[in-house]
Write a protein that binds this ligand. Structure first.
Ligand SMILES: [Zn+2]
Length: 365
């Protein structure tokens, strides 16, 4: 056995935490580049600037162009060097965060701070950035020199985020335990360059338990636009436990099947976590999971409104050749389905997707 565990150097989460940004980054540098969308600048720009100014730091805002592409990364790198910034802050969702990570890495490892404004996926704590081409197709996963120096989450900001995005985050986090467990059983290597440690496995399990216990209650906080204890727990599960859990615990079929759905145009409007949730259900079918376990997952999905069928993923017209493509893409050697079992075939994955759809439809009815 050899274990590897990766995590951000520091993780801070709480109500009103943005006000403490300055205190947390005081020793990182002097001039901060803040990468965010125009909308997030309006939402949290003043709070960020105020907090940094309170510890006498300079702030340069840079508005994100919408795609984490090579062109956008080099444009932001130029803004950093032209302005003499020495710390990068990425504020927003997955693509802004990944662009900020890529900029920091490509500049030779600048200090990097991540401030997620939504809890929609497990990217903030990880040391991976997903790069797209200008058409929005994934071209590679860039490994960072090190994981973020600080991930700071203000739960008041998350409480005001759209419901569908938090549900997607829960979908991404739902996979963490099952994928880590599969890697523990098979001895697969993780992105932290080791096998799944007991620590990562325990974190993944805690992530799952929190979702089952508090998932629905956390959504009430979003209705009220004010954080509650359940939201605190779910945010920790979606951003921290799921992030460290996937990177150090490992991925398996759920994420590979999500990637495969890129081949189905009807599913293009779906979020990562929504597809990962359906991928989780498919993985449970592949594993011949006990009925109780499948039912617990299905009830959770139904309760929070995660997609349980192909139709829920926007695939109202099911074409066999498209679903076979999903299965084939999930089984290429670079994909993580093999972490479940080395000899798994596209035919098995195809049949499991169709069975998951059938089980989901039956459960809903
Ligand atoms: Zn994910």
């Amino acid at each position: 056995m050899s274990y590897g565990i990766k995590s951000p150097a520091r993780y801070v989460q709480g109500s009103g935490e943005l006000a403490n940004l300055g205190r947390n980054v005081k020793r990182m540098g002097e001039k901060f580049l803040v990468l965010c969308s125009a909308n997030n600048k309006k939402r949290v720009g003043d709070a960020i600037e105020e907090s940094l100014k309170s510890v006498e730091k300079d702030v340069v805002f840079c508005l994100f162009n919408g795609e984490c592409s090579k062109a956008e990364i080099s444009r932001v790198m130029d803004v950093v060097t032209e302005n003499g910034c020495d710390v990068i802050i990425g504020v927003g969702g997955g693509k802004v965060i990944d662009t900020a990570k890529a900029v920091a890495t490509n500049l030779g490892g600048y200090p990097i701070v991540i401030i997620p404004t939504v809890a929609s996926n497990d990217s903030p704590c990880s040391g991976v950035a997903v790069i797209y081409n200008d058409e929005g197709v994934v071209i590679k996963a860039l490994m960072m020199k090190r994981n973020p120096d600080l991930v700071l989450v203000d739960t008041d900001v998350i409480a005001k985020s759209p419901r569908r995005l938090l549900v997607a985050g829960m979908g991404d986090a739902l996979a963490t335990w099952f994928e880590a467990r599969a890697c523990k059983n098979s001895g697969a290597k993780t992105m932290a360059r080791g096998q799944c440690s007991n620590t990562a496995l325990m974190m993944s399990r805690l992530c799952y338990d929190i979702l089952i216990r508090d998932g629905a209650k956390a959504l009430e906080a979003l209705e009220a636009k004010a954080s509650n204890d359940a939201l605190d727990n779910v945010v920790e599960a979606c951003i921290y436990l799921s992030g460290v859990g996937f990177e150090s615990g490992g991925l398996a079929a759920a994420h590979a099947i999500n990637d495969g759905f890129a081949y189905v145009p009807q599913a293009h409007g779906m979020y990562h976590g929504e597809k990962v949730a359906f991928g989780t259900l498919t993985q449970l079918v592949l594993e011949h999971a006990p009925e109780d376990e499948k039912n617990e997952v299905l009830s959770f999905m139904k309760q929070v409104g995660l997609p349980m069928t192909l139709a829920d993923l926007g695939i109202t017209e099911v074409k066999e050749e498209e679903i076979r493509k999903v299965a084939e893409a999930a089984c290429v050697p670079t994909q993580s389905t093999k972490n479940l079992r080395k000899d798994i075939t596209p035919d098995e994955v195809y049949a499991a997707i169709m069975e998951a759809d059938q089980i989901g439809r039956a459960f809903k009815a």
